[in-house]
Design a protein around this ligand. Structure first.
Ligand code: CP3
Length: 340
């Protein structure tokens, strides 16, 4: 296990060419994903069916031979386990019942273990079916990002409803984030015990928080998750992805204790190199360079390999791959990275 490339990098080793995987690598840009998704029915039916979820997780591994597979599920299975009425309507993104401050004390996590059991079953199936050398990544959403959906009831451009909720109801906000942190830690522990090699915590919307809110809502709950996961699984390897955190990335790593930092494409490579002196980094190609292909793709890959290839690096995009990504460009990306 120790020799899986991505785990060596999380341990601080430099591996060149670097291991590569892509956030959202199982998804709508693949015709085989669209086919399985149509057979599964709804998106959540896909997440909770171990046969279908295993199949779509393996699809990008079979097609491209990425160094890591990421469990197929969604960050919103946690609010779903809290009975928030989560649904995914075609072409519209996620919806759920917006939560009011007074409802937070009544949230009941007692069904979560049962509710999430099919996802854990998928993890076990995946470890048995994946090639020996492929790292299996489990994941959860960070409490702040999950809360932005629970509060607004949907995705929002600037997460204003959740930010206002936090300023107006700081106690309830903290209670919500710490409930989510406890549940997420238990969920990650079960993934690791079922066979995940490491886990990633997605904080897609941490970039909208001011410094004090970042500390309270992005750092503190994730530090709690890391502490609780490592108490149950000593030495658990954890990647934090606080998208948009910018200058706060360094303190995020120090205070949360994550092993690796996921970087978005706005992080300058010179700053990324300083962060790399403290431990592994992951990223950070602009997903639009992958759409454009050609010279834009080549230059973007070259800059990252030149800038970060001499330290512990996991090659990835700076955010998820989008449905319009051409398969030929993903193949070109792999050739560019693996050609060194
Ligand atoms: O990376 C992977 O391949 C693993 C699977 C995965 C999905 N979502 C599958 C998915 C992971 C790790 C996620 C994380 C996730 N989900 C995040 C954090 C990462 C990020 O991208 O910022 C967030 C914010 C969500 C919430 C979510 N799920 C949204 C906003 C949407 C709709 C947006 C869209 O692209 O339609 C989803 C749906 C979703 N999750 C899809 C996939 C493949 C598309 C649904 C479909 O097939 O119709």
């Amino acid at each position: 296990m120790g020799q899986r490339k991505l785990l060596r990098v999380l341990d601080g080793e430099t591996v060149f060419p670097p291991p590569i995987w892509l956030m959202r690598q199982a998804g709508r840009y693949l015709p085989e994903y669209r086919e399985t998704r149509a057979r599964a029915g709804g998106f959540l039916d896909l997440c909770y069916n171990p046969d279908f979820a295993t199949e779509v997780t393996l699809q990008p591994i079979r097609r491209f031979g990425f160094d890591a597979a990421i469990l197929f599920s969604d960050i919103l299975v946690i609010p779903d386990a809290l009975h928030r009425g989560v649904r995914f309507e075609a072409g519209e993104g996620p919806r759920m019942e917006p939560i009011r401050p007074a409802e937070i004390q009544d949230l009941d996590p007692s069904d979560a273990d049962t509710h999430l059991a099919p996802v854990i079953a998928t993890v076990a199936r995946l470890r048995a079916e994946l090639p020996e050398e492929t790292t299996l990544i489990g994941f959860c959403g960070a409490p702040w990002t999950v809360a932005t959906y629970m509060i607004a009831g949907r995705g929002t451009p600037d997460q204003a409803p959740a930010r206002l909720f936090g300023y107006r109801n700081p106690e309830e906000m903290r209670a919500l984030l710490f409930l989510l942190a406890e549940m997420s830690a238990d969920y990650l522990v079960r993934q690791l015990q079922a066979g995940a090699d490491c886990v990633q915590i997605f904080d897609s919307w941490s970039g909208v928080l001011d410094e004090a809110s970042f500390e309270a809502y992005a750092v503190a709950p994730v530090a709690r998750i890391v502490e609780k996961v490592r108490a149950a699984v000593p030495g658990a390897k954890i990647i934090g992805f606080p998208k948009g955190a910018g200058a706060l990335l360094s303190t995020y790593r120090q205070k949360t204790g994550v092993d690796a930092l996921g970087l978005d494409w706005g992080v300058p490579l010179s700053f990324a190199r300083e962060l790399q002196a403290q431990g592994a980094v992951q990223g950070n190609l602009d997903p639009l360079r992958l759409i454009a292909g050609g010279q834009a793709l080549e230059e973007g890959v070259r800059a990252i390999l030149d800038g970060l290839g001499q330290g512990p690096l996991v090659f990835n995009l700076g955010h998820g791959i989008t449905p319009d990504a051409p398969i030929a460009h993903v193949e070109a990306l792999l050739r560019l990275v693996r050609g060194g």
